[in-house]
Design a protein around this ligand. Structure first.
Ligand SMILES: [Zn+2]
Ligand SMILES: [Zn+2]
Length: 230
């Protein structure tokens, strides 16, 4: 029985990917071959607990000390670098939804023990959701602490130009007031899931909105973290 169950994921991935690695198309018994899996830029070095950028000894970084973010912590699994960026991109823009459990799996060990009441995903606007057909953050969140998942807790009130099209300095202004909580969150501890954290402007605005609704603690759970550009 146990062997049969263990064989299920392999048969599904073989069916979807023909037993070849999603990245290099070499032979693989899972979505990624062992080489590509080993090549992933896992974030294992000391990170700032607040923003997940590299920080000596894992201390609170200078940026967070001088400009305290609205969120209290960030957990990130991978650096947003090749080949992690290719996986995130394929999930986000090419509808490769089978990558969601894989990407969530890298993050799961870091958030398993987190003391949170609710898990939300960064919402897309209704319009963007219609065009894309799914929200990649939701797809990832489904595989993390399903028991605490509350998708309707936070909404996107308006569409803004995609952050990627804007200079870093304008991203915070672009998302200002873009989210709304659907109920009071007095004293709640919330985790916010997203695929990538770049400047953190979107997550900052989500955290600010959640705190305004009474949340006591907000932490980000992101698959990939972009290192700061000089
Ligand atoms: Zn490979
Ligand atoms: Zn920091």
């Amino acid at each position: 029985m146990r062997e049969k169950l263990a064989g299920v994921p392999f048969s599904i991935t073989s069916y979807l990917f023909g037993g070849s690695c999603f990245l290099c198309r070499g032979a693989a018994r899972a979505l990624l071959c062992t080489h590509c899996d080993a090549d992933l830029p896992r974030l294992e070095r000391a990170l700032c607990p607040r923003c997940a950028l590299e920080s000596p000894g894992g201390a609170l970084c200078g940026r967070c000390l001088t400009h305290s973010p609205a969120y209290d912590a960030t957990h990130a699994a991978l650096a947003y670098d090749f080949p992690a960026d290719a996986l995130v991109h394929a999930l986000k823009f090419r509808g490769e939804l089978a990558l969601a459990p894989l990407l969530a799996g890298f993050l799961a060990p870091k958030v398993r023990a987190a003391a949170v009441d609710h898990v939300v995903a960064v919402p897309l606007s209704a319009e963007r959701l219609r065009t894309r057909g799914y929200n990649q953050a939701v797809e990832i969140a489904r595989h993390l602490r399903r028991d605490a998942l509350e998708l309707a807790l936070c909404e996107r009130t308006r569409d803004a130009p995609p952050q990627i099209e804007l200079p870093y300095g304008e991203r915070q202004r672009n998302v200002r007031g873009a989210f709304r909580c659907t109920r009071s969150l007095e004293g709640a501890r919330i985790a916010v899931v997203d695929d990538v954290m770049t400047t953190g402007a979107t997550l900052e605005e989500v955290a600010r909105t959640l705190k305004q609704a009474g949340a006591a603690h907000v932490e980000n759970w992101v698959v990939a973290r972009t290192p700061l550009h000089a």
